[in-house]
Design a protein around this ligand. Structure first.
Ligand code: HSE
Length: 310
């Protein structure tokens, strides 16, 4: 045996404030790498996990990289097994699509390794099996930008309807990741199960405004629309310095700022690389003042999704 394929899948920002479970975009400069190897041992085995500060399950049914490949082998039986090596380039439970990136990189690598050539839409269905482990629910707002790249609107879930949204060339993003872990499953359990009609109206207006702003390159409209009245109020207390970081981002030129995914990362959009850099430093100063370790990333909306790299 010995044949192997390695795939890379990028980090991503999901929700984008007003698009809970329905919007996300890929980032540049961070992601997970997964190598899939043919094995004479049937089934799927995790051979190695590197690059993570947190302990991750080595059981293939409990690690988000495993179930997508298990489902692929079930759908396209090949008579061989697959061994997976995961290199984490994204903090686990950090809010920038760590579980999605492992799931997507694994299924893209295994699809190439086994020559199954499944289309992207099927790979998304399989990757969902991994994301379910992390969050206990089906949502594809990290998985889809991770797979396709760019900014994605999930127009619907039944069936899944993915729409790629053009973004203004001048748009940049600053991400700050405090070194604490928030489990998505927990961050979903604390959400309200029903919301007042006035909040639905506000959120719908903002979501429509954000998409219109992207398509017409109206940066002030994008900024006005980056407001979440549903998930963020329930989750903000989980993030140290959230209000101060947001305030500081806006004072240093951010168009808008919010929780990335289920946190603890925050993202801010800006109209130039320089502004995004200033915003990242300003948010960093807040966390430094609280003795909270963090990393920052300044990125465009990443045009590239997951790909085979060797
Ligand atoms: N939309 C998801 C949430 C993203 O906010 O729970 C986290 O994976």
């Amino acid at each position: 045996m010995g044949k192997e394929v390695t795939a890379f899948a990028p980090a991503s920002v999901s929700n984008v404030s007003c698009g809970f479970d329905i919007m996300g975009f890929a980032l540049e400069g961070a992601g997970d790498t997964v190598t899939a190897r043919l094995s004479t041992r049937p089934g799927v085995r995790i051979g190695s996990i590197t690059g993570s500060r947190s302990a991750l399950p080595a059981d293939s049914s409990a690690n988000t990289a495993g179930p997508p490949v298990i489902a692929l082998l079930r759908e396209c039986p090949s008579g061989t097994g697959v061994e997976i090596g995961i290199h984490k380039g994204i903090p686990v439970g950090g809010g920038i699509g760590s579980s999605a990136a492992s799931a997507v990189a694994a299924v893209v690598a295994a699809n190439a390794l086994l020559g199954t050539n499944l289309p992207m839409e099927r790979l998304l269905d399989l990757a969902i099996e991994g994301e379910k482990i992390a969050s206990g629910s089906v949502h594809v707002d990290n998985l889809s930008p991770c797979l396709w790249g760019g900014f994605i609107l999930v127009r619907g879930y039944n069936p899944i309807d993915i729409v790629r949204i053009r973004v203004p060339d001048s748009l940049w993003c600053a991400v700050i990741s405090p070194q604490i872990e928030i489990k998505t499953e927990h961050a979903r359990k604390i959400l309200p199960q029903s919301v007042p009609l006035r909040d639905v109206i506000t959120q719908t207006g903002n979501a429509a405004g954000l998409i219109a702003g992207m398509l017409t390159a109206d940066l002030p409209l994008i900024g006005r629309s980056l407001c979440d009245v549903i998930a963020e109020p329930a989750r903000a207390h989980l993030i140290p310095g959230f209000a101060l970081m947001r305030e500081s981002a806006l004072a240093h030129g951010a168009l808008g700022c919010g929780i990335s995914g289920s946190g603890p990362a925050l993202f801010a959009l800006a109209s130039s690389r320089e502004d995004a850099g200033s915003v990242a430093s300003a948010m960093g100063k807040v966390l430094a003042g609280m003795d909270c370790l963090y990393t920052t990333l300044v990125s465009r909306v990443g045009a590239k999704g997951a790909c085979v790299i060797s």
